[in-house]
Design a protein around this ligand. Structure first.
Ligand code: SF4
Length: 365
C-alpha cells in the first residue's frame, strides 16, 4: 500500500507531518501543506480538508463525499456512489446538519493541533509556509460551534440567500447588485419566489460591498472571482453597469487579462482583495445589448456569462414556462462571442419524458 506521504496532493508545499502517540479521530498522523493561500490537511488516503487564511473551510474530501463551502456558509456536496455521481446541496439532504458536520471538522483540527502543538508549531518558527499553516489552523481550531452559528447568521444578514451558483463559482465572492429574478415564473424554479426583483442603487451596492469585505476579512486572500447576483444581474443599462463595475474595481482590483496564467496567479496572490474578473447569469429573453456594449463590459472586467437555456426545443421551453426563443439564445451567444466573452449554457436533463427526449437532445446540441 502506498505511504500517505507519497500520495500527498501534488502542487502543494508539504509543510509538516504530525505523528501522534495514539490514534486521534482514527488516524495516527496527518500531513499539512500549503498552496495559493490555502492550507491542506490530509489524514490517510481518503480524507482531506482545505482552509483559507482566516481558518474557513473551503473544500473537504471524506471518502466518497466532497464538499465545497461557499462564503455565505452553505455547504455543497458531491457524492460518488459506485459509478454514479450524485450532486446535491448537503443543506437540503440530511441526515447531517452541515453546521454540525463543520463543527466536527473543526473539532478534529483542534485535537490534532493540540496533540502536537509543541513538536510542530515550535519547531516551525520562522518558516513562512508553516507560519501560514499555523495561523490558519489556529483560526480553524478557534471556530467553535457558537462562532459558526454567529457567522452563519451574519452571512444571512449580508446575502439573505444565494440559492444557486454554477458549480465552478462555488468559491467566488458573491456581490448582489440586484435582488430576485425579473421573470420568476418558470414552472420548474422557485428559487426567488419570495424575493421581488429589484436593482440595487449604487449606494446600496457600495454598502453591501463594505459589509461583504468586512465579513470575509483575511479570507479575501482566496477571492479569485466575483460573481454578480442574483438571477439576472446584467439586465440594467450598460452605463449603469459600467459605473458599478468601476466602483467594485476600486475595492477589488481585477487582474490584467493579458497576463499569462502563472503571472496572473502571482498577481492575485500579491493583491488582496483582487479577482480575475466578474461572472454572472443572464437570461436570453430580455432586450438585446449591442455587441459593442458587451465589449465595454468585457473591458470593465466581465469574464464569462452563464445562460440558463434549459432546452433548445421551443416546445419544451413553453412547457417549462420560460419565455425564450431558442433562435434568440443563439443570437445572444453569437453576440457574446463576437465581443470576446466566453459563455456557459446551462441545460436541464430529464425534463422531456421518453417521447420528447430525442427532440430535446437534438435541439439543445
Ligand atoms: S428565469 Fe431563471 S431564475 Fe428566473 S424563474 Fe426562470 S429559471 Fe428561475
Amino acid at each position: 500500500m502506498a505511504n500517505a506521504e507519497d500520495t500527498f496532493e501534488p502542487g502543494y508545499d508539504r509543510v509538516v507531518r504530525l505523528d501522534f502517540a495514539e490514534r486521534i479521530h482514527r488516524v495516527t498522523s496527518i500531513h499539512v501543506g500549503t498552496r495559493h493561500q490555502r492550507v491542506r490537511v490530509e489524514a490517510g488516503e481518503d480524507q482531506a480538508w482545505e482552509f483559507d487564511p482566516a481558518g474557513r473551510l473551503i473544500v473537504a474530501q471524506e471518502e466518497s463525499v466532497s464538499r465545497h463551502r461557499t462564503f455565505d456558509g452553505r455547504i455543497w456536496g458531491h457524492r460518488v456512489i459506485g459509478s454514479n455521481e450524485e450532486r446535491r446541496l448537503i443543506d437540503d439532504a440530511g441526515p447531517d446538519d452541515p453546521q454540525v458536520w463543520l463543527a466536527r471538522v473543526h473539532g478534529r483540527i483542534r485535537r490534532w493541533m493540540a496533540a502536537d502543538a509543541e513538536a510542530v508549531w515550535v519547531r516551525g518558527e520562522g518558516i513562512s509556509p508553516l507560519d501560514f499553516a499555523r495561523s490558519s489552523l489556529a483560526m480553524t481550531a478557534a471556530r467553535s460551534p457558537a462562532i459558526l452559528k454567529t457567522e452563519v447568521a451574519w452571512a444571512e444578514r449580508i446575502w439573505r440567500q444565494v440559492p444557486v451558483l454554477p458549480p465552478d463559482q462555488y468559491e467566488s465572492l458573491v456581490l448582489q447588485i440586484s435582488e430576485g429574478c425579473p421573470w420568476d415564473r418558470c414552472r420548474f424554479c422557485s428559487l426567488y419566489r419570495d424575493v421581488p426583483f429589484r436593482e440595487r442603487t449604487l449606494e446600496e451596492i457600495e454598502r453591501h460591498l463594505d459589509e461583504v469585505l468586512l465579513f470575509v476579512g483575511a479570507s479575501a486572500a482566496r477571492v479569485h472571482r466575483v460573481f454578480l447576483g442574483q438571477a439576472n444581474a446584467l439586465l440594467r443599462d450598460t452605463g449603469e453597469l459600467l459605473e458599478i463595475l468601476q466602483m467594485i474595481r476600486r475595492r477589488i482590483p481585477i487582474a490584467d487579462p493579458t497576463l499569462g496564467a502563472g503571472a496572473q496567479r502571482r498577481w492575485l496572490q500579491e493583491h488582496t482583495p483582487s479577482a480575475s474578473g466578474f461572472f454572472a447569469f443572464i437570461d436570453a429573453f430580455h432586450k438585446p445589448r449591442p455587441v459593442q456594449d458587451w465589449a465595454l463590459l468585457r473591458d470593465a472586467g466581465l469574464r464569462r456569462v452563464y445562460i440558463g437555456l434549459e432546452s433548445g426545443d421551443g416546445q419544451r421551453l413553453r412547457a417549462l414556462g420560460k419565455p425564450l426563443d431558442p433562435d434568440r439564445a443563439i443570437e445572444l451567444v453569437d453576440d457574446l462571442h463576437a465581443a470576446g466573452l466566453p459563455v456557459a449554457v446551462i441545460l436541464l436533463t430529464g425534463i422531456a419524458g421518453p417521447e420528447g427526449e430525442a427532440a430535446h437532445r437534438e435541439a439543445s446540441a
